[in-house]
Design a protein around this ligand. Sequence first.
Ligand SMILES: Cc1ncc(COP(=O)(O)O)c(C=O)c1O
Length: 368
Amino acid sequence: MRIPFIDLNAQYAEIKKDLQASFDAIMKRGDFILGKEVVLFEKEFAGYSKRKFALGVNSGTDALFLGLLSLGIGKGDEVIVPAFTYIATAFAVTYTGARPVFVDISRDSYNIDTNKISAAITKRTKAIMPVHLYGQCADMAPILEIAKTHKLKVIEDAAQAHGALYKNRMAGSIGDIGCFSFYPTKNLGGFGDGGLILTDNPEIYKRLFKLRDYGRKTRYEHVNLGYNSRLDTLQAAVLSIKLKHLEKWNNMRRRNAKIYNAMLKPADNIITPEESGYARHVYHVYAVRVKDRDRVVNELRENKISAIVHYPVPLHLQEVFSGLGYKNGDFPVAEKIAHEVISLPMYPHLKERQIKFIADTLIKITRD
Ligand SMILES: Cc1ncc(COP(=O)(O)O)c(C=O)c1O
C-alpha cells in the first residue's frame, strides 16, 4: 500500500461543483483582484473566528510581515518567537528590520515555553509572536499576562491552526492580531498562496488595508509605502467554499489522530502528541517522536509511507540566522524535538486501514 503524506483529491471531489459554478461567475465578471469573493470571504472568516475585521493578503508570511508593520514594529525592535517553528515566522520579523529573539519550547506541546519568555525581554522588545504549532494553540493566558505587564503586542502565528481552540476562543482571535496561511496543504488551503490577518482594532485594520495595496488612498494617490499583497478573488472563492467544510474536515483529522493514538501510545519507543487541557488540537501535523529518527523516516519511505520532518533544524541553528549569535545548546528542548519528530501522513480523508498500516509499520520499525 502506497500512502502519500497528503491527498486532497477526495476533498476536491466534495466541492468540485461549487468551485466550477463560482469560477464561472468570476470569469464572467472579471474582478480578479480584490473582487466580490475577497470581501465575502473576509466577512465569513471574521465571523467564523469571532473577530471584527479580517483582511486577505497574498501569503501567511505577508500576513505576519504586514501585521508586524501595522503594529509599528521595525528597525531596532525585538520580537520574541519560538525557536522551533517554520522559518517564515522569524523571517517576517527580519523583513521589518527588527530582530527575532528565540525562546525554547515546551516538551509537551512543542509550543513556546511561557516560563522562559520573561527572561528574553529587553528594553527593545516590542512583541511576542507565539506559533500554534501543528494545529494546537500555544498557552495564551500567560503570554497575554506577560504582554500586559511589559506593554508588548501579541501576534499569533495561526498559519497551522485554522479552527483550533484555546479554551473557547478561536486560534488567531486572541492576540492584537492573528495571522493565517492558506498554503494549499493547510487545514484551510487555497489553490495557491494566500493569507489573512484578523484584528478587532479598526486603526490596525485601516493600516493593513493600505499596506496590502500600495498604500493607496484613492486609485493613484499613495499615502504610505505599501506593498502588492492581495488575496486573489479566485483563491478567496476556493477558501469561502472550503470554509463551510472546515469543521467537518478538522473533526475527521481529530478522528484520525485518535486512531493513531490508540495504536501508537502503547508502543514502547514512540511518543505520541499530547492535546493540552486547554486546547482543541486540529492536527495540521500529526507528529510522533522516536529515537534514531532518520533511519525510521527512511524505512517508512521504503515501505511506501511518505513521512516528513517538521522541522529538522531549529531556527537558532539555521545558517541564515548565524549572525544573531546563537549556538548549539542554547535551546535544548527545541534541539531535542528537532532530532526526534516525524510527521506521519495526515489529512481528513485518510482511511482507517491506511492509518493501521502506517501504525503497524512504524511499530515494527521502532521495535528494536
Ligand atoms: C507556522 C508558519 N508560519 C508561517 C507560514 C508561512 O505561510 P505561507 O507559506 O503562506 O507564506 C507557515 C506556512 O508555510 C507556517 O507553517
